[in-house]
Ligand binder design. Structure first.
Ligand code: PLP
Length: 382
């Protein structure tokens, strides 16, 4: 009964969402802070005062939302952590100011960045050449390669867990291939500066897209949005799930040239006209307008990340410098699984991977101060 093409599927395995007891969840890189209260207000108003809209199809192209996202990017520079907050307004830091105006025609919205990535893979990749990516990066990329029949070329990280930029470039140039990675990368947390990405794009195939997934950029990485002025083949994928406390609503987007965005629209309109429902568009618009609140939350998370990193290092853990809302850590003599189990027993969920090469590590999402204090009590004894 089943189509042959599904025989080679290897579905993505998300962090567990257990129902058996109340855990502190530090295993899925969700944001520990609730959405801004204006988001709940917008949702209840939409449900109660605009009930009729629920029976109508939403704007298929999310136009008002795309405008709100463009405004948010222009006012924050694409990095909440570094943006200057004054009252309820954000302005970009001098480091991150975008040297042009991001316009709504440079934005494409989808039902979570996982779906956006799926559209992007379908739009830009064929089965005729491999897609180049790091060996350890967001594990949905290999899943989509299997789904769409796109061959992969995975390039090992360097011994210090940094991307091997030269090896990725030479692999891409050998087969005239596209490149994808997350920056900051997952699950390592390492960020590479914009200037280094610029040098990579300069040396990468010009007639193929170059994709940077900025899911974690708001926690202190450097966004590549400014580079869109220089490169027509750059595609940036971002999500509301992490820095905008929106994982349960599903909203992700692309920032790229209007030409590339148009091509992604064509694919979207051949699959599902309405990937972003009316409620998600409404809540998304309200979120963008409260950027200052999320910028403050990002700062709290970064502060906890730095304090937690120091705590673990003082107790003999190896912790990679992170520019995300999680840390990737290990300790000699312990496996990732044993750390995970010890912490779970005490009511906190973190994530470990059975993938060879990273099986000793745990990935810990940064929570509130209270949550991190609870975790420190447990991990301080390991
Ligand atoms: C979480 C994550 C995503 C997916 O985000 P959603 O918008 O929730 O689908 C994409 N890329 C990376 C690197 C992520 O960590």
């Amino acid at each position: 009964m089943l189509a042959k093409r599904i025989q080679n599927l290897h579905p993505y395995v998300p962090g567990e969402q257990p129902k058996d007891r109340e855990y502190i969840k530090l295993n899925a890189n969700e944001n520990p802070y609730p959405p801004h209260k204006s988001v709940a207000e917008a949702l209840s108003k939409a449900a109660l005062a605009s009930t009729a809209k629920i029976g109508l199809y939403p704007d298929p192209d999310s136009n008002e939302l795309r405008s709100a996202i463009a405004d948010m990017l222009n006012s924050t520079g694409g990095v909440f952590y570094t943006s200057d907050v004054s009252g309820q307004k954000c302005s970009p830091s001098s480091r991150d100011k975008i040297p042009f105006e991001v316009t709504p025609d440079m934005i494409f919205c989808g039902n979570g960045s996982d779906e956006v990535l799926s559209f992007v893979f379908y739009t830009f990749f064929d089965g005729d050449r491999p897609l180049v990516m790091p060996e350890f990066t967001y594990s949905f990329y290999p899943v989509y390669c299997g789904y769409y029949g796109i061959p992969m070329c995975t390039v090992p990280l360097k011994s210090d867990w940094q991307l091997d930029k030269d090896a990725m470039l030479s692999a891409a140039n050998k087969t005239d291939s596209a490149i994808i990675f997350a920056n900051p990368n997952a699950p390592t947390g390492i960020s590479i500066p914009r200037d280094e990405v610029r040098k990579m794009i300069e040396k990468a195939p010009k007639d193929k897209v170059f994709i940077v997934d900025e899911a974690y950029c708001d926690f202190g990485g450097e966004s590549c949005i400014p580079l869109l002025a220089e490169f027509k083949n750059l595609v940036i994928v971002r999500t509301f799930s992490k820095s905008l406390s929106f994982a349960g609503m599903r909203l992700g987007y692309v920032v790229a040239s209007p030409e590339l965005v148009k091509s992604i629209f064509m694919v979207k309109n051949s699959f599902n006209h309405f990937p972003v429902d009316f409620m998600a568009q409404t809540a998304g618009i309200a979120s963008c307008k409260a950027a200052y609140y999320y910028a403050e939350n990002s700062r709290k998370i970064v502060e906890q990340r730095e304090s937690f990193t120091k705590f673990l290092r003082d107790r003999g853990f190896f912790v990679i410098d992170s520019k995300t809302n999680f840390v990737f850590a290990k300790k000699d003599g312990l496996t990732g699984e044993s750390i995970y189990q010890a912490v779970k027993k005490e009511g906190i969920l973190i994530r470990h991977f059975s993938t060879k090469g990273i099986e000793d590590f745990v990935r810990i999402t940064i929570g509130t101060e209270e949550q991190m204090d609870a975790l420190k009590k447990i991990m301080g004894n390991l």
